[in-house]
Design a protein around this ligand. Structure first.
Ligand SMILES: *Cc1c(COP(=O)(O)O)cnc(C)c1O
Length: 395
């Protein structure tokens, strides 16, 4: 299937029809599998002969999702997990040990930060946080025991774009792994493994599902690291993806390319429109020429993606008034849905961050984040326009 494009692979690859000759992929809700003989059971348990044993290890529906995502990201192996957080945990349980050091971008998903600071530290893994795009800081943070570098790009909510190729050189010079959470771009917009990353993480909950139905995650990388080490953690510790969720994600992947293009087009239009609005102070979106990493984003991503944020003129009161004036948009911190969502990061996703640190990181009180969905752009604009126009007339 190597000659096929990503759109085709997402739809056609990674599945073997059963004897029923179904056109749509079958769902296998089974916990265990039966053997033709005691000998076959023994061979499967010993691992000498490949085949299904138990769905904590392998399941045909989950495997189809894993095969597809591995092909899309260009990795040898993919392991599916119960959530994005389970993927990040399993990745580092499989690749790090007590006494190791991790360097992470400071601009990562809040729960990932808690996982690193509270739980990895508890098991003797030390973490240093650095500014997402300060490459000198990444280099300076490297210690003799640094075993991995971690980031998301673009970041949430300020859409800072980090140079994956450049970070992969810093990682390689140290013999450390570069791990990229590719949740916001998906392989349709960005393939970190081709840019030198060693491992890609996904929260399938977001764009891979695309319609806000199921929790899931995945780790993609080499057979040795992901296929062996990380899979070992999952099959032993148990945060496996459910076959039903895998089936939903398989259906999600079929429309992923179309959706990511449509999300990006709408977000670009909305970002340009917001930039012109007199109530808006600044817009953060990698597709705007005013974005500090515009050139890099053009090179590294095939489109700018669905996420944007903007500062209104004023503070929290003004930001909240724009959010509260919407009727159609979903006021929720979730993202990656066909339904456009709007949130105030300072009081939701980043509310647990110390207020001074939060301001310093640019998550100001007047910042609003939008995950642009697939409704008509005219309707999305109209829903935002009420609150924004009201701010102008109040001044
Ligand atoms: C949501 C999210 C996660 C966590 O995924 P869950 O499926 O909610 O566990 C990790 N990374 C990023 C960038 C996310 O947006």
């Amino acid at each position: 299937m190597d000659q096929f494009s990503l759109e085709t692979l997402a739809i056609r690859a990674g599945y073997e029809r059963t004897h029923e000759q179904e056109n749509s992929e079958a769902l296998f809700p089974t916990s265990s599998y039966v053997y033709e003989s005691a000998q076959q059971a023994a061979d499967r348990f010993s691992g000498e002969v490949p085949g299904n044993v138990y769905s904590r290890f392998t399941n045909p529906t989950v495997r189809t999702f894993e095969n597809k995502l591995a092909l899309l990201e260009g990795g040898e192996a993919c392991v599916a997990t119960a959530s994005g957080m389970a993927a990040i945990l399993a990745c580092f349980m499989g690749t790090l040990s007590a006494g190791d050091h991790l360097v992470s971008s400071a601009s990562i998903f809040g729960t990932t930060k808690v996982l690193f600071n509270k739980y990895l530290k508890k098991f003797g893994i030390d973490v240093t946080f650095v500014p997402q795009t300060d490459y000198q800081a990444w280099s300076n943070a490297i210690q003799p025991n640094t075993k991995a570098l971690f980031l998301e790009t673009p970041s949430n909510p300020l859409t800072e774009v980090a140079d994956i190729m450049r970070l992969s050189k810093i990682a390689k010079a140290q013999g450390a792994l570069l791990v990229v959470d590719n949740c916001f771009c998906t392989p349709i917009l960005q393939q970190p493994l081709k840019l030198g990353a060693d491992i890609v993480i996904h929260s399938a909950t977001k764009f891979l599902d695309g319609q806000g139905r199921c929790l899931g995650g995945a780790i993609v990388g080499s057979q040795a690291l992901v296929g062996e080490e990380v899979r070992g953690v999952i099959r032993t510790a148990g945060p496996t993806m459910s076959p039903f969720n895998a089936w939903v994600f398989i259906k999600g992947l079929e429309t992923l390319a179309l959706r990511m293009e449509a999300h990006s087009q709408r977000a670009q239009t909305l970002a340009e429109w917001l930039s012109e609005h007199p109530a808006v102070d600044r817009v953060f979106y990698p597709g705007l020429t005013s974005h500090p990493q515009y050139e890099l984003a053009q090179r590294q991503q095939s489109a700018p993606g669905a996420l944007l944020s903007f500062r209104v003129k004023g503070g929290r009161e003004q930001a909240w008034s724009v959010i509260d004036a919407t009727n159609m948009l979903s006021i929720t911190a979730n993202l990656g849905d066909v339904k456009t969502s709007i949130t105030h990061p300072a009081s939701t996703t980043h509310s647990r961050v110390d207020a001074v640190d939060r301001e310093k990181a640019g998550i100001t009180e007047n910042l609003v984040r939008i995950s642009v969905g697939l409704e008509s752009i005219a309707d999305i604009k109209r829903d935002l326009e009420k609150g924004l126009n009201h701010l102008v007339s109040n001044n």
